[in-house]
Design a protein. Structure first.
Length: 246
């Protein structure tokens, strides 16, 4: 791979010893994506220090609804990296910036890449990412897991575990809450469905669209729904005990 990289001249940044170039963009300009689908940028670099890369909305633009790649530390030397961006709501981008950081998140450079990509909630989607996106994405996720895991303490591990178990836990509690018959308890027990149903539809849509972030929203929201229903069912149980005692 190093011989291949050497055949492509790189653009120097404002930092001596660091050169970066965007060599490919997927999908091609003019493509219409569904919300949740991803715009990928392939990066070649030659650096005497470790680097991070992240796709960003151009300065002055709104990043509302944006989802951006994690930025693990890529080792010094010659190599390839990946940056990507997606949106959870309709949006059009004429340009995307790849921000280059050092290992300590100090900004070194910004590579601007012209694009013409639109995201639509309906009537679009189905784009098949190029083969290189999967290879670089898998490598990036592997580096992210490797670099994040040693930094997590036991409390962080427990939190992640609980977030994961809250998803099936919510569905179990929702089934139990559905069986509540009294009017006020029935209404309170079904309120989480107003959040859960759209969330599940979005999660399934993002999964089918090939988004690498499809489970994140579910993992972040499920604990709150679980805690709400757990508190509701506990309150109902205590209320029944008080009624029987009375």
């Amino acid at each position: 791979m190093l011989a291949t990289l050497a055949a492509f001249p790189l653009s120097a940044t404002g930092t001596p010893g660091v050169s970066v170039r965007i060599t490919a963009v997927d999908p091609a300009p003019g493509t219409e994506l569904a919300t949740g689908e991803t715009l990928y940028l392939r990066i070649r670099y030659d650096s005497d220090q470790p680097l991070r890369f992240q796709a960003r909305v151009p300065a002055g633009g709104s990043d509302r609804g944006a989802m951006m790649n994690p930025a693990p530390v890529y080792p010094s030397g010659q190599g390839e990296a990946l940056a990507w961006i997606a949106f959870r709501e309709p949006r059009r981008l004429d340009q995307v910036n790849v921000v280059v950081f050092d290992e300590r998140w100090q900004r070194l450079d910004v590579q601007a890449e012209p694009v013409d990509i639109s995201w639509y909630a309906t009537g679009a989607g189905g784009h098949r990412p190029a083969g290189w996106t999967r290879e670089l994405s898998d490598h990036q996720q592997s580096m992210t897991r490797t670099q994040v895991t040693p930094a997590q303490d036991s409390g962080g591990d427990l939190l992640i575990l609980l977030m994961g178990w809250s998803v099936p836990g919510y569905f179990i509690l929702q089934f139990l809450a559905w069986r509540l018959q009294e009017r006020r308890w029935r209404i309170a027990g079904r309120l989480p469905l107003a959040v859960a149903v759209p969330l599940l539809l979005w999660t399934l849509f993002a999964l089918m669209a090939g988004s690498t972030l499809w489970p994140l929203m579910l993992l972040f929201v499920a604990p709150f729904l679980f805690l709400y229903l757990a508190g509701l069912l506990l309150l109902r149980w205590f209320t029944n005990r008080w009624e029987w005692a009375g």
